[in-house]
Design a binder for this molecule. Structure first.
Ligand code: PLP
Length: 393
């Protein structure tokens, strides 16, 4: 693409995103919302879908079993589109922790096995692995690099140890926005027979991921952040070839073939479903999944690749002020490791954070850094203003 067409593609995208912002998030005219890594806002269209569903929920005779099961099927299909998986590889869950615990409980680890976890991971992706000490499984926390990022070189080196059987890592780190090089990690894990488990909540929605191109074994993602969905919605992915090899560590009553026929529930056929539903824990929050379908549908319409392009453009004002020495960007900015999260350090980060809050900029303060987490609905003008406030400190 030549420079001219790149510029016009960017303008078209910005115009479209600005229009959608006005329709879906009218309140953004009052507040600069950059806390998507904490909680994503609910688009107006999702709110309408939730209201419609709630009307029926108030009078449950309007909700047939068929309709409810249809919601689950649609939610699995929508999540499958997001990561280019087969529907059979997707299970629904209420948060990220669920899928990570399901993975820890089901993967065939034995006493003496080692699971690698980068130091600095969000605790949701640490405790389930530490709990495996009960089974004699050890967690090795891989020390971070000097910048505080996962040390991929060290991980690649450790993966070749035959005692290492698993790697659990976030697609994007919550505290610094580091996106792991999943292509690299996927290759080395496969080459060494190491299970790769990914906590994807800080990436999906703003960072593309295609599990056919980049195989992972299990992935878990709550939808409450970048997927702009209600609390209580989320999903997990289990690689097709692995599903039937894994026995869930717990028994959801609809995980079994014996439950297919609601008129004979006490037949108790213990055969697990041959797909990822074997790991689900029904009853699930239908209303939240209705919301997830709507919100993820919107993101898919806008296209995740384009959202990533947009958030990169949003980073530019922050990066250029940082190059001028006003403050420091402490997140990676190279195209393999960047994400929608940009963390900055100023001479007095707590004071900068307060100044942002006073200027109606909503962002987060994590591990000593200011975390800016813009989504498709944010604008370059907003980021210019944020850069100015940060430079004033
Ligand atoms: C990397 C990461 N994993 C998981 C979570 C949240 O986990 P859950 O969806 O189980 O609440 C967060 C949220 O802050 C996170 O940043």
């Amino acid at each position: 693409m030549n420079t001219h067409s790149t510029e016009s593609a960017s303008e078209v995208r910005r115009d479209q995103f600005r229009t959608v912002r006005g329709m879906e998030f009218p309140w953004t005219s009052r507040t600069t919302y950059l806390a998507n890594a904490s909680v994503g806002p609910i688009p107006a269209r999702t709110r309408s879908a939730l209201d419609r569903f709630q009307d029926a929920r108030d009078e449950p005779y309007r909700l047939s079993d068929r309709r409810l099961m249809g919601i689950l099927e649609l939610a699995r299909a929508t999540a499958a589109r997001l990561v280019n998986a087969e529907v059979e590889e997707i299970g629904l869950a209420t948060n990220t922790s669920y899928g990570l615990n399901a993975a820890a409980a089901a993967l065939p680890f034995a006493p003496g096995d080692i699971i690698l976890v980068p130091d600095g991971e969000f605790p949701a992706n640490v405790y389930p692995w530490l709990m495996l000490a009960q089974r004699g499984v050890k967690v090795e926390l891989i020390p971070a690099t000097a910048q505080g990022w996962p040390d991929e070189a060290r991980i690649v080196d450790r993966v070749t140890d035959p005692a290492v059987r698993g790697l659990a890592i976030s697609l994007v780190q919550f505290a610094n926005g580091y996106r792991c090089d999943l292509n690299l990690l996927s290759d080395v894990c496969r080459a060494n027979g190491v299970f790769l488990v990914v906590d994807a909540i800080q990436g999906l929605g703003a960072v593309p991921l295609d599990v056919r191109e980049t195989p992972v074994d299990l992935l878990s993602c709550g939808a409450q952040k970048w997927l702009l969905s209600p609390w209580g919605s989320g999903f997990f992915y289990v690689r097709r070839e692995l599903i039937e090899q894994l026995t869930p560590g717990f028994a959801g009553w609809m995980a079994f073939a014996g439950t297919d026929d609601f008129s004979r529930l006490t037949a108790y056929d213990c055969t697990f479903h041959p797909d990822a539903r074997r790991f689900e824990m029904i009853t699930l929050p239908y209303q939240d999944l209705v919301g997830m379908v709507e919100s993820v549908g919107l993101l898919l319409e806008l296209e995740i690749d384009r959202i990533l392009q947009h958030v990169r453009e949003l980073r530019e004002p922050i990066e250029s002020r940082s190059h001028a020495g006003a403050f420091q960007v402490v997140s990676p900015t190279d195209p393999t490791h960047d994400s929608a999260i940009t963390c900055v350090q100023t001479s007095d980060a707590a004071a900068s954070y307060r100044a942002l809050r006073e200027a109606d900029v909503v962002c987060s303060f994590r591990e000593g850094n200011i975390r800016l987490a813009p989504h498709f609905f944010n604008t370059v003008d907003e980021m210019d203003r944020v850069a100015e406030i940060l430079a004033g400190r």
